[in-house]
Design a protein around this ligand. Structure first.
Ligand code: PBG
Length: 331
């Protein structure tokens, strides 16, 4: 049947008709809100390239966690800015690490809020890479290798330490091969067989992480992350990454960034049945905020439209700096 019998505009005539046939809906319970934890007390330092996002001391992070809970968000994910960095990422796995302390405080004060721990070493390494660096010659920064297998041990140790602090979900974002299996094994051996793993399975080497590196003070001091994060051109390889992580025991997988990779989310949704998350990253947030602040885009509309596009592509969970704003808009 075609025009004039078929008129798709019939179902678009009013808010109530549109709502009746809406295919994709956002709910606050699917949003995960990132927090950046820093040393000190009563610290709330705004990140210049991410207006509305702050470095927070533990006491301030607890307040945010309360707010996240009262807005009905699905959870929060914690990143840490340690007091000191070194070449073995001590700050990531030490018992009194910044994220460990924040986790204990939040778990004690806020009931029933899912707390996710990003497991990566770049914030804790003096060189800013996500793994152990082996310099091939001492004089040239360019001549180095990120050691895969040696890094796995530290990632496993970090994961156990976070689980001990009370972390609900462990989310490795380093892109080393075999890390989901190594983390699963270590968690199980330490008695955390019930702690789920959300793997950043398809994480692309992206220019959209720029503002995050200011927020987490984690920019690599030399080179870049292209030898471990994925080439943005590769969809089939992303599917291999995901299926390997599932075989190694991932409970959920993530695609990151979100909007420039909606096709990857959609393909992952078609192929795999486990929950899929997507990370609307710092650069996506910064871009929208910059245009919103210039009056070039309508804030409320683009927040919800961007998140809806990610949900429609097939991501059930969305990590987003707009989580609180979106929850308020959804009412
Ligand atoms: C840690 C990590 C990064 C992000 C999340 N975890 C940065 C990176 O890989 O350089 C990016 C998040 C964002 O941009 O919002 N490796």
């Amino acid at each position: 049947m075609s025009f004039p019998v078929t008129r798709l505009r019939r179902m678009r005539q009013s808010d109530s008709l549109r709502s009746l046939v809406r295919e994709t809906r956002l709910i606050s319970a699917n949003f995960i809100y990132p927090l950046f934890i820093c040393p000190g007390e009563r610290v709330r330092k705004e990140i210049s390239s991410m207006p509305g996002v702050f470095n927070l001391s533990v006491d301030e992070a607890v307040k945010e966690a309360h707010e996240a809970k009262s807005l009905g968000l699905g959870g929060i994910i914690l990143f840490g800015l340690p007091e000191k960095k070194d070449e073995v990422a001590t700050g990531a796995w030490t018992e009194d690490g910044i994220v460990q302390r924040a986790t204990r405080a939040i778990k004690k004060e806020v009931r029933d809020l899912v707390v996710v721990g990003d497991v990566c070493l770049c914030e804790y390494m003096s060189h800013g890479h996500c793994g152990i660096v082996k310099k091939k010659s001492s004089d040239k920064d360019a001549d180095y290798e990120i050691l895969n297998d040696a890094t796995l041990e530290i990632l496993a140790k970090t994961s156990v330490s976070l689980a001990e602090a009370g972390m609900d979900i462990i989310a490795p974002s380093d892109m080393m091969d075999g890390r989901v299996g190594a983390i699963r094994k270590a968690l199980d051996q330490a008695g955390f067989s019930n702690t789920p793993i959300l793997s950043y399975a398809a994480k692309f080497a992206s220019g959209f992480y720029g503002p995050f590196r200011e927020a987490a003070d984690s920019a690599p001091q030399f080179g870049d992350r292209r030898s471990y994060q994925m080439d943005g051109a590769n969809l089939r390889e992303a599917m291999r990454e995901i299926s390997l992580d599932i075989k190694e025991g991932a409970d959920m997988i993530m695609v990151k960034p979100a909007m420039p990779y909606l096709d990857v989310i959609a393909e992952a949704r078609r192929r795999f049945d486990l929950p899929i998350a997507a990370y609307q990253v710092s650069g996506e947030y910064a871009m929208l905020q910059a245009a919103i602040r210039n009056g070039w885009l309508d804030r409320d509309r683009v927040i919800l439209e961007s998140l809806t596009s990610i949900r429609r592509a097939g991501a059930q969970l969305i990590l987003t700096y707009f989580a609180k704003d979106a929850a308020k808009l959804l009412g």
